[in-house]
Design a protein around this ligand. Structure first.
Ligand code: ADP
Ligand code: MG
Length: 702
């Protein structure tokens, strides 16, 4: 049960003053919709932390004001100079002075009435904004604040800068965040007080206040004590959750499943290749897990193309040997269908029946599949999230494989495990996860790595090129296609129209169609499943030579004969994503290449990313670099980074706290496994605050 004190934090954000129904939608976009697709909660705003600060404490006289800096100035308003009639695009100027000099305030597209009432001639006002030198005269274009003496008293001189979304300005977000802070009750202290003292860390509530209402930039920044404290809280909550899950899952007991190997042997015989040593080791580790009496919860990490699918399939065959069913869950329908194509014939060679269930199987077809699962005529069910709807009842589900798992968290793992009596679980991910992060997100799982690539893989030549050379690129693609190559051409998301010059896949398709006619097609997330399948099928059979796409092809698509990958606006992608995309090529006989098209000028981080891509194909090295580059204010959500997100922790700054958090969690649960002590109770509050309460439910279920 959630402590009732916390209720205001668990109210929908529209309960806050100033957040209306229209705003609430924008906030949902900003904060990421709630896991159940619902409105975000007040709590989510608390964790929406600023990426920087604006310091307006500087209050110089005009003679000492420094152009290029932000300052707050006390001036007397002298004169309004509206744009001349008929020239509405010319700015509206307001002239002001203090004893030492003059200042012009400049407004475009201004509302005259508002300006006249806000800046009355002859009155004194405080104005705050960036000072500019305009032909020797000082000016501020669109001051951030214009207030009178009373307003000045209330003006926050240090202002947090929040990550924004189009249509939702900084002021609205700050106001909502302030409302969320007001809703924050006094919190019990869950950290060890000696530990807090040693680090000079404030209480959680003071820390949140210091960050949302900064008074001292050094104390409120990401490297400061307030942020460190909350980062540690987040890490500890995560470590507690994974430890609780781990111990409960193990305790819940499993079945010892020992197959006799006859089905696995048939599948191995049917494979057109032999297993790599890495694959064989992984299968052995899984068979050992299955044979144990405790439940299996294992992570299989293998770079793109390392051949995880076969490992999963052999484990499913081993499960079938014991008479139980398996399910394989993929993150997208496209991937589920691809898995079916790979798996069904191999399963059949072993006399096993594989079927697919997604949102698209309806009516009679769906009924038949559900019946097959219920009467066990289906051994392997492949699908998307739809697999785990309550209408899907397995006769005897023994084993679940989750593919490309980085979109699933602890909660989802638990939901899956509840689908059978003693379900074993294998999670496969192509995101190479650095060790430190492995601990934070998968501390509940045993981990295996596929370190080897299947024999015959050729290195991918990677180059970076400015998009200005597009016509050379098109000519190069022409030559490659004439030589028989197949090409992926990836563009950032369709319809991010506010993002000015972002070329969508459709626009690019239109420009390339002129050169390539029938040989080119486009695929993106707005198309229906059937449309996507049709395009993929034609790319697979070679009818289409160039596939223009959004990142829908990012995860797991396997077309071995494709050998050229072009990534447009490569500077906008994270390293993990670039690596995933490049992994689509270099899978077949032909030598492959990857071209990173960028739009300059490149920032430092983007440049470092592109260099890393050129230097290495080692996914684990790329992941470590990624972690290093993601410092400071750069916020990467789960989506972009391919990594489960932190809300407070900034990997580059705070991961050295992880070991301590892990030890702490271990000690806490050893002494107080059900969190009953006074500190235990406080820690429950911590778990709720970081939405790790599914772990709580496990505790309460006993
Ligand atoms: P991923 O780990 O990215 O999911 P897949 O399982 O899709 O990789 O495998 C990528 C490709 O490699 C597939 O075409 C698969 O048939 C092939 N493959 C898998 N294992 C081997 C192997 N041991 N030798 C040769 N090819 C293999
Ligand atoms: Mg895969």
């Amino acid at each position: 049960m959630r402590p009732s004190d916390l209720n205001p934090l668990f109210a929908p954000i529209s309960s806050l003053p100033g957040v209306g129904p229209r705003n609430a939608k924008l906030f949902a976009k900003l904060l990421g919709a709630d896991e159940d697709g619902g409105e975000p909660l007040v709590l989510d705003l608390l964790w929406h932390l600023p990426t920087g600060l604006i310091d307006r404490r500087e209050q110089p006289t005009l003679s000492r004001a420094v152009p290029g800096t932000i300052a707050t100035l006390k001036v007397v308003i002298d004169q309004h100079r509206p744009a001349p009639p008929g020239r509405s695009r010319a700015p509206y100027r307001v002239l002001c002075h203090d004893e030492t000099g003059e200042l012009t305030l400049v407004f475009f597209h201004s509302n005259r009435k508002w300006l006249e009432s806000t800046l009355p001639v002859g009155e004194t006002r405080w104005v705050s904004g960036r000072i500019e030198d305009f032909g020797g005269a000082l000016q501020i274009v669109h001051p951030d604040h214009v207030v009178d003496e009373a307003g000045f008293a209330a003006l926050p001189l240090i202002e947090p800068i929040y990550p924004r979304t189009a249509g939702l300005g900084g002021k609205a977000i700050a106001k909502a965040a302030a409302g969320a802070l007001d809703a924050l009750p006094d919190l019990p202290e869950w950290q060890d007080t000696a530990f807090l003292k040693q680090h000079r860390w404030p209480s959680a509530k003071n820390a949140l206040e210091a960050i949302h209402h900064p008074v001292d930039p050094a104390a409120s920044g990401e490297a400061g004590p307030a942020w460190q404290r909350l980062a540690y809280d987040e890490l500890l909550a995560g470590q507690l959750a994974v430890s609780i899950v781990r111990s409960r899952v193990k305790k819940a007991g499993g079945l010892s499943r020992r197959g006799d190997g006859h089905l696995q042997a048939k599948i191995v015989d049917a494979l057109p290749f032999s297993l790599t040593a890495s694959q064989a080791d992984a299968v052995d580790a899984i068979l050992a897990d299955l044979a144990e009496l405790t439940r299996m919860l294992r992570l299989l990490q293998g770079d793109v193309g390392s051949g995880k699918t076969v490992v999963g399939l052999l484990a499913m065959a081993a499960t079938a040997e014991t008479g139980a069913q398996s399910a394989l869950m993929a993150p997208t329908e496209l991937l589920a269908r691809q898995h079916l194509r790979t798996i069904a014939p191999l399963a059949e060679a072993a006399g096993l029946k594989a079927a697919i269930l997604t949102g698209r199987e309806k009516g009679k077809e769906r009924k038949a599949i559900l019946a097959g699962i219920g009467d066990k005529s289906i051994d392997i069910l492949i699908g998307t999230h739809a697999l785990f709807q309550s209408s899907v009842e397995f006769a005897d589900l023994g084993f679940v494989v989750v593919d490309e798992q980085h979109r699933f968290g602890v909660h989802q793992r638990l939901a899956l495990l509840a689908k059978g009596k003693a379900v074993d679980m294998l999670v496969m991910t192509a995101t190479p996860i650095p060790r430190t992060l492995l601990l934070t997100h998968y501390g509940d799982m045993d981990a295996t790595r596929l370190t080897e690539k299947p024999a015959g893989r050729k290195p991918v030549t990677t180059r970076a090129m400015p998009v200005e050379r597009l016509s050379d690129v098109v000519a190069g693609v022409r030559r490659a296609v004439d030589d028989g190559a197949q090409v992926y051409w990836v563009c950032p998301l369709v319809d991010e129209s506010e993002e000015t010059d972002l070329i969508s896949a459709e626009a690019r398709f239109d420009t390339l169609k002129g050169s390539f006619g029938d040989q080119i097609a486009v695929i993106h997330g707005r198309m229906s499943g059937a449309e996507k399948d049709a395009v993929m099928a034609r790319f697979i059979d070679g009818g289409i030579r160039i596939l223009v796409s959004t990142t829908v092809i990012e995860v797991g698509v396997d077309v071995p004969q494709a050998s050229v990958m072009i990534i447009e606006h490569a500077e906008r992608f994270g390293l993990a994503q670039l690596h995933q995309l490049r992994g689509r090529v270099g899978r077949g006989q032909a030598s492959s290449s990857c071209l990173l098209l960028y739009k300059g000028p490149l920032g430092e981080i983007a440049r470092a990313r592109l260099n890393t891509m050129r230097e290495t194909e080692d996914g684990f090295r790329i992941a470590e670099e990624d972690l290093k580059l993601r410092g400071g204010g750069e916020i990467l959500g789960t989506r972009q980074s391919g990594m489960p997100g932190f809300r407070v922790v900034r990997p580059a700054l705070h991961l050295d706290l992880i070991e301590a958090a892990r030890d702490d969690a271990r000690l806490i649960l050893e002494r107080d496994p059900t969190l009953e002590s006074e500190r235990g109770r406080a820690l429950r509050t911590l778990l709720f605050l970081f939405r790790q309460d599914s772990a709580m439910r496990l505790i309460e279920a006993g």
